[in-house]
Write a protein that binds this ligand. Structure first.
Ligand code: SF4
Length: 142
């Protein structure tokens, strides 16, 4: 299974450590893939900064490298505020490029979880269970 990852440009210096760890452990957004199935990262880029202009183009490059799914990184979910366009990005990429888009990569770190729980950050968002994982796993991604 080949995947591409688009990160929030607010974290543009991120080295991708948590995403790669989660890919290896099949945690968070990657729990959907069997551990028996090799996972290969074929593209990694930022959205390009608000309002996310790179989302229009970068999927083509990832698909050109064989991407079969694109993940919007967990940074879009845990930023303050969470990216307001994440649902739109998913719909756009799926419609324009015909490739599944998964919201989230690594499990939500506990430190973000604790703050967002006190805020209306995730109201109306679709199923976050895979990203919330367990407290033990969230702490492991702090
Ligand atoms: S909030 Fe959304 S549009 Fe803005 S930089 Fe982050 S991912 Fe990109």
């Amino acid at each position: 299974m080949k995947i591409g990852i688009i990160i929030c440009d607010r974290y543009y210096t991120c080295g991708g450590g948590k995403c790669l760890k989660a890919m290896k452990e099949r945690a968070g957004g990657f729990a959907r893939y069997s551990k028996d199935e090799p996972l290969e990262l074929v593209g990694y880029s930022t959205c390009g900064g608000c309002p996310g202009g790179n989302v229009e183009y970068v999927p083509a490059e990832m698909i050109g490298n064989g991407a079969q799914a694109i993940h919007l990184a967990t940074g879009l979910v845990v930023g303050y505020p969470p990216c307001p366009s994440q649902g739109y990005f998913k719909s756009y990429i799926e419609e324009r490029y015909g490739i599944p888009v998964v919201i989230g990569t690594h499990p939500i770190p506990q430190k973000y979880y604790l703050v967002h729980q006190k805020l209306p950050s995730w109201e109306g968002m679709k199923d976050l269970r895979a990203l919330l994982a367990t407290e033990e796993i969230r702490k492991d991604y702090d």
